[in-house]
Design a binder for this molecule. Structure first.
Ligand code: CA
Length: 648
């Protein structure tokens, strides 16, 4: 919808009363005229609008001095209308404070940009819609049923072995081979690493093998140009992004955006700073920029302009791009009130739009800690989830030392942290919170507030971590432990999350932080699918078991407490039972009693269960929802370094 933004009524007592609301886009195109609007601080002296034929280079074809009027809150709204059909032209604003212009910027809410994102682009947004876009629907998947797959566009498709045509591009995810792989694996949501316009890749020089994760935001509301087939054409990146969303939606797969509102690529020259100096950033008492992001600055979500920006930005991605969920980078830099405001705004559209984030910061924030959206505060943020480093590090070892082993290496003492992850971080009578590694309270009100995982783009991937923490590990042991780790993840009542390529036994040659490593480190090697077919087979069947059996994702803390019980087990073993009778409680489960045993010991272990006949669905390195074997009796043997799942 091309809503013009309006000045809100000065409603008394409303904290947003001073601000513009609605569509914050600063350029509104029509074939007869384009309207430009930009909000500045009251101290701004002048705003020049410059129009260009090119997205980069060349001289302005027109310069317009915008006229201002006060907003209800005392800021200034600068406006101008340029007659004629400006489609295909580019623009910048240049705001003067004191005696100096701050520099040309596309504005804070550009929705289309030229190459490298330094100028706004004037387009008709409807030209970006692929055929059938108006009937595109977000797949209806409740948060409890999500299976998240974190993917970098370049990792996934850049290698020749991918067999994909659009290497490193949004369009790779429209190709049948890509879709078929994701469908076979069974995930139902692709979480794409930063795909908004970021700064570290020179879009004019894409022939070089330059890689970046993209955590350096430039324009938050435009797709990244290097992932399009033509970054010079402002329509291409938008249209191709939508084609990607559409193709995934047609396959029943949601698209989750990694959003990085916590910092900008730089302060000087950023659209925020060029428009409202220091208003979007947190400052220390001495006037320096606070650096809770570890990237040189941090934004100030508690400031009304930043909060409004974040709320309108996520709403924009939902309405214009049909995005299904958001992963907040360093969510702990943002304040709780803003995250709850975002949740409320998304609830008005669809409460199933999933929101989760990293419940930590990368440094000290210039804001009271107890008001930040940290993991420990998730219980004060209903409908918002956080990554559980508890289960992650209990399985693989601490983030602070790649060589330090944990449960997977047969080190005892991590069982309670894994149990915490298995119940989805909700209060459970058998989980001793005093023995959980990083948490001193049950921070989830509901299990859907915990992201269960063992690896992501950060730190070593699982294969590298196993190699680093278990010297001399052979391929057989590595595969056993890899599958054991993911069995813990995918039988957790939290929302399971995996890094793209783990199903191919990916490695990153031991690189811990591969944010700008070349493709040779980051790429997926698709030939591994043939080399280690048992890995993909186990992952996809494990996911299938989860999807077919709601007992593994009950979605309610009360149901988890009532129906999931841990069994007595020795060191380096976590065993649990999901009781039969779920149907009477509204969970449409076809199996009866379900047992899961995670055995990290180098020897087999035994578990005692009620006398009976059971069907085994996962054992050693094989899994099959239909059943691998039947067993009888009351003593069950669980092979070394593997998981056993069985039911009656
Ligand atoms: Ca870019």
């Amino acid at each position: 919808m091309a809503l013009l933004y309006a000045v809100t009524a000065a409603a008394q007592g409303s904290p947003a009363a001073s601000l513009l609301t609605g569509n914050l886009s600063e350029a509104t195109y029509s074939p007869v005229a384009t309207q430009f609007k930009i909000e500045t601080l009251p101290g701004a002296k002048a705003v020049k609008l410059r129009l260009y034929n090119e997205g980069m280079g060349g001289k302005p074809i027109k310069t317009v001095n915008l006229k201002h009027s006060p907003t209800a809150g005392g800021n200034l709204l600068w406006e101008g209308t340029v007659k004629g059909d400006l489609k295909g032209k580019f623009y910048t604003f240049d705001v003067k404070y004191g005696k100096a212009f701050k520099g040309e910027t596309p504005g804070v809410f550009a929705t289309a940009v030229g190459v490298n994102g330094r100028r706004g682009a004037i387009i008709d947004m409807r030209d970006t819609d692929p055929a059938g876009w108006s009937s595109d629907r977000r797949p209806a998947i409740a948060p409890k049923d999500l299976i998240l797959y974190e993917l970098h566009h370049r990792d996934f498709s850049i290698d020749a072995s991918s067999g994909l045509q659009h290497k490193g591009k949004f369009l790779a995810l429209t190709e049948p081979r890509a879709i078929a792989h994701l469908k076979r694996l069974g995930i139902n949501a692709v979480h794409i690493l930063p795909s908004f316009d970021y700064a570290s890749i020179d879009e004019t020089n894409l022939q070089v093998n330059k890689y970046n994760w993209g955590y350096d935001p430039l324009n938050y509301n435009v797709p990244e140009g290097s992932y399009s087939t033509d970054p010079y054409n402002p329509v291409a990146r938008i249209s191709e992004f939508k084609q990607m969303v559409q193709a995934l939606h047609r396959a029943g797969i949601q698209v989750i955006l990694d959003v990085v509102y916590n910092h900008t690529y730089s302060v000087a020259g950023s659209p925020f700073q060029c428009t409202m100096p220091d208003e979007y950033f947190r400052l220390n008492a001495d006037g320096t920029y606070s650096n809770g992001s570890g990237c040189g600055n941090e934004t100030a979500s508690e400031h009304e302009v930043m909060r409004r920006f974040m709320v309108e930005s996520v709403k924009y991605w939902v309405s214009e791009y049909h995005i299904d969920g958001f992963r907040f980078d360093l969510m702990g830099v943002h304040d709780i009130e803003t995250m709850n405001t975002i949740r409320t705004a998304l609830n008005a559209i669809d409460p199933d739009i999933y929101v989760y984030g990293e419940g930590w910061s990368a440094g000290t924030c210039a804001y009271p800690h107890d008001r930040l959206a940290m993991k420990a505060a998730v219980d004060r943020m209903p409908g918002i989830a956080a990554f559980s480093d508890d289960i992650r590090d209990a399985l693989r070892g601490p983030f602070s030392d790649d060589t330090k082993p944990a449960f997977l290496a047969g080190i005892k003492g991590h069982e309670q942290s894994i149990m915490f992850g298995i119940v989805g971080g909700v209060s459970h009578p058998q989980v001793n919170i005093g023995k959980v590694n990083y948490s001193d309270h049950f921070w989830c009100n509901e299990p859907t507030q915990l992201i269960s995982y063992v690896s992501c783009h950060d730190d070593m991937c699982l294969v590298d971590r196993l190699k680093a923490s278990i010297p001399g590990i052979g391929i057989d042991e590595l595969i056993r432990l890899d599958l054991l780790a993911q069995t813990a993840v995918f039988t957790s009542q939290g929302v399971p999350f995996m890094l793209s390529g783990e199903e191919m036994l990916r490695d990153k040659k031991g690189v811990h932080n591969s944010f700008e490593s070349p493709d040779s480190i980051n790429h997926l090697d698709w030939t591994n699918l043939e080399k280690y077919p048992q890995v993909m087979a186990y992952y996809s069947e494990l996911i299938n078991i989860r999807k077919q059996h709601p007992a593994f994702h009950m979605g309610s803390a009360e149901l988890v407490r009532r129906n999931l019980e841990f069994l007595p087990a020795g060191d380096c073993v976590v065993a649990f039972h999901i009781k039969s009778g779920l149907r009477a409680q509204g969970v449409n489960e076809s199996w009866g009693d379900i047992y899961v045993v995670l055995n990290a010991n180098k020897q087999a272990t035994t578990i005692t269960v009620p006398e009976g006949d059971y069907t085994v669905v996962a054992r050693n390195i094989a899994a099959c929802e239909q059943g691998l074997a039947t067993i009888s009796g009351s003593t069950v043997t669980v092979p070394a370094q593997s998981a056993l799942i069985f039911h009656n």
